[in-house]
Structure formats: structure tokens, C-alpha cells
Design a protein around this ligand. Sequence first.
Ligand SMILES: Nc1ncnc2c1ncn2[C@@H]1O[C@H](COP(=O)(O)OP(=O)(O)O)[C@@H](O)[C@H]1O
Ligand SMILES: [Mg+2]
Length: 251
Amino acid sequence: MNTLISVDNLQKNYGDATALRGISFNVEVSELTVIIGPSGCGKSTLLRCLNGLELFDSGRVMIGDITLELNNGATQRDLNTQLRHLREEVGMVFQSFNLFPHLTALENATLAPVVVKKVDRKTAEARARELLAKVGLGDRLDYYPSQLSGGQQQRAAIARALAMSPKVMLYDEPTSALDPGLVGEVLSIMRRLDDEGMTQVVVTHEMHFARDVADKVLVLADGELIESGSPDVIFTSPRDERTRTFLQRYL
Ligand SMILES: Nc1ncnc2c1ncn2[C@@H]1O[C@H](COP(=O)(O)OP(=O)(O)O)[C@@H](O)[C@H]1O
Ligand SMILES: [Mg+2]
């Protein structure tokens, strides 16, 4: 096994409220990890801590050779450097697509490598074309987000994230805002990336996808990781009563 992500005793508070109560897990290279759990249990907070959108209160996050650790005496400057590296190596896809509305699909997928990584525009654009073709949008390069369906927007958002050549892709309910008929086209992109060996962490309620594709399922409840294991184990013989209750609603 070759560990890419290591999360150790991660705690996150919002004021007096505790959102994550000491979460620990690993993600191996090329694994697809699915995170499930009821609304408000901390799934989004966890992903946001993994890509540096949210600072946590204690614990440690390691991704590749980047370590984020709070309360270890790291200066703000060290921390900012690590956060910047982290954001370059972690691709994130949100429920609400989050494309730049005033940029075409091609421009959306070209911008970050040019601005953040100083890739020359021609090279970045060629790569963006390639990635958009890969997600089935080769004929939609010059379309603005408002001219694309939800499924197309989400696929463009995936291409945009891939353009930064991240080590890992994180998805926060990537199909929850889509019409049912458009869900499959987004799931199939994640399947394909899995086949190609991309490391992915996916928060989703698509249990069939989880059962078919996940290497590992993490179950969160009330800010805790209550169990984890292969989809076989989680979906057929969960240990925790809360997992059973949750799954009954989705299976
Ligand atoms: N920015 C925030 N400020 C205060 N509380 C928050 C914030 N974001 C999330 N929370 C709280 O943290 C808990 C976990 O939320 P979240 O991570 O969004 O859960 P999930 O994604 O599983 O629905 C919830 O109780 C939520 O109300
Ligand atoms: Mg959420």
C-alpha cells in the first residue's frame, strides 16, 4: 500500500459547536473512497479541511509530502505556504458546479494553470481542450456555463479541476443538484478516472455507485467516523446501528 492521504485526530469547531470530533483515516494511492452519513454530520467540513478551504483546530492532515498540523508551533507563514501547496495538489468539485459564469468552458479549464502555475497560455489551452474532450465536451468548448446542462457544467468543473494535475480529486455531493437523468454522466467520469488510477474521495448519496466503485466507505455520524470498510462489509453487515438506520433510507 502506498498512502497518499493521512488524517490524524482531526478536530474542527465552529465557535462552540464541534463539527469534527477526532477523525482519523488513510487513503491509498489510486483508491476511491466514498464518505456517507446524514446531513450535518461533517462531510463537507471534512473535505474542506482536506483541501485547505477550512482550517481545523487540532490534528494533522498529510497529503503526499505536504503536512498541515495545527498547534505544533508552525508559524502562520509556514502554514500559508503549506496551504498554498495543498490547494495546488487537491482538486475539488462542488455540488453547485462553481464555474466562472463569464468564462467559456475552455476558459474555465485554462485559467488556473496559467494564473497559479504560470503555465503558458497555449500549453494550458491545449491541455484544457484535451480534458474537456475527455469528459465529453469537445464540442462545447466555447459555451458559457449558462448554455450548458447541469451535467455538462459538472463535467466541465471536473475538467477544470483536472487541469491543475492534482494528486487527488475531492467531490462534495457532485450529483446532488442534478436532474436524475444527468447523474449517470457525472458518475461515469469518476468511474473512468478510477480506472485510470486517479485517487478520489467522494461524498455522495449514490449508494449504488459506492457499492460498485468504492474501495473503501467511511461512515460519519455527528462529527465522528463511526465505521469504515469495504462496501461489501458496510452495505451487507454494518456494525453500527446508526449506519443501519442511515442505509435503510438510501437502499
Ligand atoms: N461555516 C459554518 N459555520 C458554523 N457552523 C457550520 C459551518 N459549516 C458547517 N457548520 C456546522 O457543522 C456541522 C457539519 O456541517 P457539514 O460539514 O456541512 O455537514 P454535512 O456536509 O455532512 O451536511 C453542522 O452542524 C453544520 O451546521
Ligand atoms: Mg455537505
